[in-house]
Design a protein around this ligand. Structure first.
Ligand SMILES: Cc1cc2nc3c(=O)[nH]c(=O)nc-3n(C[C@H](O)[C@H](O)[C@H](O)COP(=O)(O)OP(=O)(O)OC[C@H]3O[C@@H](n4cnc5c(N)ncnc54)[C@H](O)[C@@H]3O)c2cc1C
Length: 398
């Protein structure tokens, strides 16, 4: 069991050199914290941004997504290429030593799920993954992507534009089935064909073998490269037995405090209690890694702020900006807003007459206005909601 002192923090250690880790340090300094901060990150690179890896970097428009060149001006001890391995009383153990702390922030993110098999499979999680994969994308090369989720779709977009022969194999009946549900996810299937991508739905993969994919049912898909994009898991294995409670990630309360006093969690690894949704939630959203650290930093300094967002995610795929806010699980009604055959459209999910989630395709204004409606919990008029000529801010029930 780990214990931390209750006095004012003088030595804070942050584990994980991604967006959430860096933002925690930034927020601490912005709030005037002048004590020692150590940032321990397993990757050799200073903190960088992940969303462009599957977008502008993969498209060749960018080679580096480092978040800030002046990271040392934050006055931190930056321990790159160092992996945390466990916790003792007030001490973080790593593969290179130990770090004493009186407060600790867990921001270790998530790691991709691999498929069984002897063949080579790539992932798209790190900048090194992205640069190595991009170097392989050549006109005519056969790229097999497993998973038609957000990352699979974005990679397919970039690879097809670079002239690769792209096949996406998806076990579910539609793309984005887990994220958006089959009905709405299915409306994106045509985007693949229009981009020249071969999308194979309802096709599970048994294993990755040298030269391609062994498909469930006995089929074979040849590929010069295989990229597995079937999801991620919170990077929390090293915390097993540490006394920090885990529950599909680091279990945290609404103030992002873990079960151990003085230890907080933020970003992809944190499964926090949502007062809004009355359950524990873990998001793999950039917006969460960006904003939750402000709450952690405030609470590290003794405040009792609550993190309770309407979650927001975006994706850029097949020439479209796709944005989603809210949570549609539990909705009792779904309405289309506009015609999915048109360039701009959306979907609205309602529960008890209130907007609870929104998908906006190439409609950023809808996203902004819809997110505010969701936050406010105002009852809405379904007819106005479904009419794209009515601004969403005017869709409240009268
Ligand atoms: C290719 C890609 C595209 C994306 N696109 C979008 C998008 O369009 N929109 C969106 O909303 N979100 C997107 N995301 C998700 C978003 O980038 C993540 O939600 C965000 O990066 C999470 O930040 P994080 O700091 O919590 O975790 P991470 O960015 O994963 O950082 C965690 C860091 O901790 C390190 N670490 C792990 N274990 C240890 C350990 N034991 N010791 C030390 N260090 C450790 C890891 O190596 C990693 O560097 C995308 C993600 C990827 C990979």
């Amino acid at each position: 069991m780990v214990a931390a002192s209750t006095a004012r923090p003088e030595r804070i250690v942050v584990v994980g050199g991604g967006l959430a880790g860096l933002r925690t340090v930034e927020e601490l300094r912005a709030r005037g914290y002048a004590g020692a901060v150590t940032l321990v990150g397993a990757e050799d690179r200073p903190p960088y941004d992940r969303p462009p890896l599957s977008k502008r970097l993969m498209a060749g428009q960018l080679d580096d997504t480092t978040l800030r060149e002046d990271v040392q001006t934050l006055g931190l001890e930056l321990r790159l290429g160092e992996t945390a391995t466990g916790l003792d009383d007030g001490v973080l153990r790593t593969d290179r030593g130990e770090h004493r702390f009186d407060r600790l922030v867990l921001a270790t993110g998530a790691t991709p799920v691999a498929l069984p098999g002897q063949g080579g499979q790539r992932f798209l999680r790190t900048m090194d993954d992205a640069l190595a994969l991009r170097a392989r994308l050549r006109p005519g090369m056969r790229l097999a992507i497993v998973g038609a989720g957000w990352i699979g779709a974005e990679l397919a977009t970039a690879a097809a534009a670079r002239g690769c022969r792209v096949t996406v194999v998806e076990a579910a009946a539609t793309p984005l089935a887990a994220a958006l549900g089959g009905e709405i996810g299915g409306l994106t299937a045509g985007w693949y064909a229009a981009a020249g991508v071969d999308l194979r739905l309802g096709q599970a993969v048994d294993s990755v073998q040298p030269g391609g994919l062994a498909l469930a049912g006995g089929g074979w898909l040849a590929g010069d490269e295989v990229v597995t994009a079937v999801g991620v898991r919170p990077a929390t294995g090293w915390l097993e037995g540490s006394g920090v409670a885990l529950d599909n990630g680091v279990a945290a309360d609404e103030q992002l405090r873990t079960s151990v006093p003085g230890v907080f969690a933020a970003g992809d690894c944190a499964a926090f209690w949502s007062l809004r949704y009355r359950r524990r939630l873990r998001f793999e959203h950039w917006d969460v890694a960006l904003r939750a650290p402000a709450v952690v930093a405030a609470n590290l300094a003794g405040a009792a702020e609550v993190y309770d967002p309407v979650p927001y995610f975006w994706s850029e795929q097949f020439g479209r900006m796709v944005q989603y806010a809210g949570q549609h699980q539990g909705a009792d009604r779904m309405l289309l807003r506009g015609d999915p055959a048109e360039p701009r459209w959306g979907a609205c999910w309602l529960a008890g007459g209130v907007l609870v989630a929104l998908l906006a395709v190439d409609s950023p204004r809808d996203l902004g206005q819809g997110r505010r409606l969701i936050e406010a919990g105002t009852p809405v008029d379904p007819a106005r909601l479904a009419d794209p000529a009515v601004p969403l801010r005017d869709a409240a029930a009268r």
